[in-house]
Design a protein around this ligand. Sequence first.
Ligand code: PAF
Length: 280
Amino acid sequence: MKVVHTIEELRDQLRGQNRVSFVPTMGNLHEGHLSLMKMARQHGDPVVASIFVNRLQFGPNEDFNRYPRTLPDDIAKLERERDVYVLFAPDEREMYPEPQSYRVQPPDDLGDILEGEFRPGFFGGVSTVVLKLLSCVQPRVAVFGKKDYQQLMVVRQMCRQFQLPVDILAHETVRAEDGLALSSRNRFLSPEDRAEAPALYAALQSIKQRVAAGEQDLATIEGDATQALDARGWQVDYLAVRRQRDLLRPEAAEIAAGEPLVVLAAAKLGATRLIDNLEL
Ligand code: PAF
């Protein structure tokens, strides 16, 4: 695997390639990321991964400085798996040589709901860096995890509206045996909180069961699950059943007609904020 730190070196490595498959990450790689790379390998060649902790998508009180940076370990994992041909690991000066005054602004009805409501500016920061990374790598396909469901949708819509010549592929969420979705932030959980963490996925599953059983009062279902998590010491930011196609609330008639739904949640356990979702 070639590790490159500049856009010029990246372009040199990829000259003449037109089937590049790309996985953007912020590093601290876990099994979830590695399975994205495997999927990338099935859909193109060569596979390029990037590791860049993008300041633009962190709010002023968020964990940018604390975000785990583990490049040597990440490189070792990628070398072991042998799926990635080029790792692009730029520093901040390479990605943002001047203040990023041109930015992608996602539409309010997608960018400012759910995650966007609790993390103002997050999806603008994600979209801007993803556009820049796509422009550096120029892949034919790029793979994103469904764990960040809303991010996946934002990226898909951005690529469609800007008519970027890239297909965005979605990979299922990879979970620990007890159901916890793998995430770089799981490492911040204390042993007690790690033991409690699967309760978030359990709450999503219980919602799925109630909807599957024909219950239609979503506010009650969401409220019950929120209360149950609160009672166990969680602080729920949101827990919401939405339409898969646009993440808006479904009408009763749509639920009855079998509209594809997804339940999305974000909640804090101690100082760690976890997100998860489940298609219904
Ligand atoms: O999902 C992530 O790790 C990041 O949001 C991404 C897509 C790499 C952009 O910084």
